[in-house]
Design a binder for this molecule. Structure first.
Ligand SMILES: NC(=O)C1=CN([C@@H]2O[C@H](COP(=O)(O)OP(=O)(O)OC[C@H]3O[C@@H](n4cnc5c(N)ncnc54)[C@H](OP(=O)(O)O)[C@@H]3O)[C@@H](O)[C@H]2O)C=CC1
Ligand SMILES: O=C(O)C1=N[C@H](C(=O)O)C[C@H](O)C1
Length: 257
């Protein structure tokens, strides 16, 4: 049995995680916090996030699962490092300096961060790397679609897929994202090697990512569509179960699969 702490417990993903944990053997939610006051979620009382450091010391959970925003997320992971609690981070949109804070925390505790906890996206990443390696000269365009509440663009998953493309094309070292063109407008002919990146926001779309490769009179598209947030919550809990007992360090969802 592992004891999990959930931050952002009143948010869409925090609620999904608590509900998924309630249905899963071997996982108990020992602590749930939120910024604003909300009632119990799946019978778990939700406490004030300002008290997180004291609550971590008192309840001593094995692992914290966070889906919030970059600012609170970095604070929560720092609190985990102080309390000796592992952290699974699903939040996206971190700046380089916030990522450095997470890396510091990972010197004390295991920290697993992933922009997407859907197993299908893990498979998509492998397929993308393979496809780009097979047709390296083809044009690449990436389109992601999300609900109209989403704050960060492009999505964390889109950025991960772009890094995967760059890794195969071995362009990371020189200038990681110089090849990315975000939308196009006016006179803007496509340049060799550029990757068009398109972020759509509409309605309540859970999350879709499509990588298009085209050249030589053919088009290949690789698409993932999440049909429920439950897939992300299930993956995050799989990651949490895997992470407990690991050495301090930074991990990715692929490590846990
Ligand atoms: N890795 C993955 O698989 C997935 C990642 N995500 C990512 O998870 C994150 C959350 O998504 P989602 O649940 O849809 O978002 P919601 O807007 O539904 O929830 C956000 C949560 O963060 C809290 N929050 C917002 N601002 C602050 C603050 N300043 N201090 C403390 N807490 C704050 C909110 O609290 P309050 O209720 O008080 O506003 C709420 O609990 C996003 O970064 C998203 O991209 C989403 C799905 C899957
Ligand atoms: O904000 C969301 O909802 C999602 N965010 C993640 C991202 O930024 O990639 C993952 C998923 O697509 C849903």
């Amino acid at each position: 049995m592992i004891d999990v702490a959930v931050t952002g417990a009143g948010g869409h993903m925090g609620r999904e995680v608590i509900e998924a944990a309630a249905d899963r053997d071997g996982v108990d939610v020992a602590l749930a916090v939120n910024r604003t006051s909300v009632g119990p979620v799946a019978g778990v009382p939700v406490e004030d996030e300002a008290d997180l450091p004291a609550l971590l010391a008192e309840r001593d959970p094995d692992v914290l699962v966070d889906f919030t925003l970059p600012d609170p997320s970095t604070r929560y992971v720092e609190a985990c490092a102080d309390a000796g609690v592992a952290a699974v981070v699903g939040t996206t949109g971190f700046s380089e300096s916030q990522l450095a804070v997470l890396a510091d925390a990972a010197e004390s505790v295991p920290v697993l961060r992933a922009a997407n906890f859907a197993r299908g996206v893990a498979a998509l990443r492998r397929a993308v790397r393979e496809a780009v390696a097979a047709v390296p000269s083809y044009d690449v365009e990436l389109t992601e679609t999300h609900h109209n509440r989403k704050r960060d663009a492009p999505s964390g998953t889109a950025l991960t897929l772009l890094d995967d493309v760059d890794e195969v094309r071995e362009e990371r070292d020189s200038s990681p994202d110089a090849d990315r063109v975000h939308g196009r407008e006016g006179e803007q002919p496509r340049e060799d090697g550029e990757i068009g990146v398109h972020a759509r926001r509409a309605g309540d779309v859970t999350g879709e990512h499509e990588l298009l490769l085209a050249g030589n009179h053919e088009v290949l598209t690789l698409t993932h569509r999440a049909e429920s947030r439950g897939v992300f919550a299930a993956g995050a809990l799989d990651a949490a179960e895997w992470l407990v007992g690991r050495q301090a360090g930074e991990y990715d969802f692929e490590d846990a699969l």
